[in-house]
Structures are given as C-alpha cells and as structure tokens.
Ligand binder design. Structure first.
Ligand SMILES: C[S@@+](CC[C@H](N)C(=O)[O-])C[C@H]1O[C@@H](n2cnc3c(N)ncnc32)[C@H](O)[C@@H]1O
Ligand code: SF4
Ligand code: SF4
Length: 339
C-alpha cells in the first residue's frame, strides 16, 4: 500500500510537469464518460426522428447591474438597475423547477446559466450548478467571481478593449471585470459579441489577454430584433471581413481563440441559413431555454423577437459542428473548458 502511494505520488509530480498532457487526459476522460449519453441520445433521435435536448439555458433572474446597449434582455426597456422585470421565484421553487426539467429531459447534462446577471443570484447558482455535470455561467464579470462552484466554468463578456467595452457596457465596467478576472483562480474564458461599435477592436482585445489566466476567447455577432433596422447589426460584407480576421487570429494565437475552424466558418454570411434561421439546432430542440419564471422560452434564450435569419449567436455554430458535421475536435475543444 505504501509503495503504491509512493508510486502515485511520483507519477503525480511527474504529470504536473506536463500540464498540457494532464488537460488532454481530462478531456479524454470527459469524452469517454459522455459516450453512453451520446449513444443513447442518438439512438432516441434516430428512433423518434426528433431532436432531444442535451443542454439547457436558464435565465436565473433578469435582474442586472448593467444596461448594455446591445442587450436583448433590456432591448425595449431601459429600466433602472434594481427593477426585476418579472416576478422572481424563490430558490426552493427554482430547484423544484430544475428537478422537473431534469425529469422531462433526462439527457440534459450541460447548463448555461444566464440572465440578467446570474451572479446576482449567487447562492441559487451554487446549488443549481451541483445538479448538472457541466455548467457555464455567462457573466459581465463585475461581481466577485466564485471559485468554489462544482463543475463550473465562467464565461466573461468582454466586448472589446476598455474604450470599446465601456462604450457598450458602461463606465469602468471593463476595469472592474479585468480586476476580477486577473485575481481569480476559477476556470475563466471570455465571449465577445461583435457589432458595429467594436468591430475594429478584436485583435487588440486578443493581444491584451493572451498570456493571462484567461484560457480563451470566443466570438459571435450581434443579433437584432425581427423587423428592426438595428445600427449595431453588421452587413454580410462586414461580417465576412471579420470572419477572415478571426481565422487569421486563430492561425496566429491557436487554441487561445476558443473556437474551431468549422465554428468560425459557420459564421460566414454564405452559411447563415445553413447554421441559423430555420436550420438552427436550438430552434429545433437541441437546447431548452427557461425564462426567469421557469417557463420554456422559445425558440432560444434570446426569445421570440430575435431575428433568426440575421442571428450571430455563438451556440448554433457549436451545435452545427458537433451534431451536423460530427466534428470531434469541436467537442474536445468544448470539453476542454471543464478541465
Ligand atoms: C444577456 S447576457 C447575460 C449574462 C451576463 N449578464 C453577461 O452580460 O455576460 C448573455 C450574453 O448575451 C450577449 N448578448 C446580449 N445581447 C445580445 C444581442 N443582441 N446579440 C447577441 N448577443 C447578445 C451578451 O453580450 C452576453 O455575452
Ligand atoms: S450585463 Fe448582460 S444581462 Fe446585463 S445588460 Fe449587459 S448583456 Fe444584458
Ligand atoms: S435567435 Fe439565433 S440562436 Fe436563437 S433560435 Fe434563432 S437562429 Fe437560433
């Protein structure tokens, strides 16, 4: 026994010298563990000819301490900070609702916690994240970042370097988020939504964060409301130019651009109606969204007024790559966020 412990100690210390190998082994472990779920969901889909949800997005509250100019939650209501738009459920009611969701959709093993600002419901999140194997919390990063949540990775919104981010999100928001990111030991990634205000800033953003404890950045495009001419929305040409830039950044910075090539390509205007619109897998049942009353929100977290044909959300490219193209590197890349 003592000898075995000694060997384990030795092996462990040796492994610590190879952090990349440790991450690769952890990713492999996740993939192996997920194979039964994947096989069962594929069989069920083939049998019923229906797509079965394997993930959910939960608006744990629509309360938020910011009012970003692009936000779909507050698009039509520039309401003050304290105001909770709809009635909020108690923590107990939420846990009961989430347990019901799990019964109704037994294949859901990944939840994205959104809002509003989900970290304003910290204690509920602490409990909620224990109910799923994999959790992403999407946050504006202005509140202290939890380091002790189980199975959880935080994705911080960074919509450009400071001057761009603050133009979109408000004065001093960037420095508050940066401070919190720099001091955290949690697993943190970033997500940048590109629009007409920050479209020229993405390389500068990447250069600023490479080499820090931020593990990677992913990009998506602003989604406007159906039937509305939105000055933040980018034309097909503008979008294609930016996709080229993201591809160049991927060549230059490798895995720090936390998207695979197929996900980047999926954002090209020529692929819009293959990946988004009526072909969006979110719209077709791969993900269940709950609003802040626990009701199912369709077709996705952005609600019924989002224009699917002009959408630039980051999730359809992920699902397109994995579910439609069976692209294993995309699955590995996403699994990496939990290691
Ligand atoms: C609604 S926020 C909630 C989480 C958190 N408050 C935050 O800002 O990260 C979730 C994500 O949606 C993005 N978002 C908001 N409005 C959007 C829009 N109109 N089009 C695309 N993404 C949008 C935000 O930038 C953020 O990354
Ligand atoms: S912080 Fe998030 S939820 Fe709050 S206004 Fe900004 S994008 Fe919307
Ligand atoms: S808004 Fe975008 S992500 Fe949502 S269902 Fe429509 S295409 Fe899919």
């Amino acid at each position: 026994m003592e000898l075995r412990e000694e060997i384990m100690e030795k092996d462990h210390s040796r492994l610590n010298k190879h952090p990349q190998l440790v991450t690769d082994l952890k990713v492999l472990n996740i993939i192996i563990k997920e194979i039964p779920n994947f096989v069962s969901i594929s069989a069920k889909q083939a049998w019923t000819k229906k797509i079965h949800a394997s993930s959910a997005a939960i608006d744990i509250s629509t309360a938020c301490n910011l009012r970003c100019v692009h936000c779909y939650v507050y698009r039509n209501e520039k309401v003050p900070y304290e105001f909770n738009r709809l009635s909020q459920m108690s923590d107990e009611e939420w846990i009961a609702r989430i347990e019901r969701l799990k019964k109704e959709h037994p294949h859901i093993n990944h939840v994205t916690w959104v809002g509003g600002e989900p970290l304003m419901k910290r204690e509920l999140l602490r409990k909620g994240t224990t109910l799923f194997k994999y959790n992403w919390i999407i946050t504006n990063g202005t509140l202290p970042i939890p380091e002790d949540f189980e199975n959880t990775t935080l994705i911080i919104s960074l919509d450009g370097p400071e001057e761009y981010h603050d133009q979109i999100r408000g004065k001093d928001v960037y420095s508050r988020a940066k401070n919190n990111i720099m001091k955290t030991k949690a697993n943190v990634y970033a997500h940048c939504v590109i629009n007409s205000k920050n479209k020229d800033s993405i390389e500068k953003l990447v250069e600023e964060w490479i080499g820090t404890n931020l593990k990677g950045i992913r990009f998506s495009f602003h989604t406007p409301e159906y039937g509305v001419e939105d000055p933040l929305w980018l034309s097909a040409d503008e979008r294609d130019n930016i996709v080229k830039q993201i591809s160049m950044l991927k060549e230059k910075y490798g895995n720090f651009i936390w998207m695979t090539k197929i996900e980047i390509e999926a954002l090209k205007s020529e692929n819009q109606l293959k990946v988004f619109g009526d072909n969006c897998l979110l719209k077709n049942g791969a993900n269940i969204s709950l609003d802040n009353k626990g009701d199912v929100k369709k077709p996705c977290v952005m609600g019924p007024t989002a224009d699917c044909n002009r959408c630039g959300c980051t999730v359809p490219p992920m699902l397109y790559a994995i579910a439609k193209k069976n692209h294993i590197p995309t699955a590995l890349n996403l699994a990496k966020s939990f290691c």
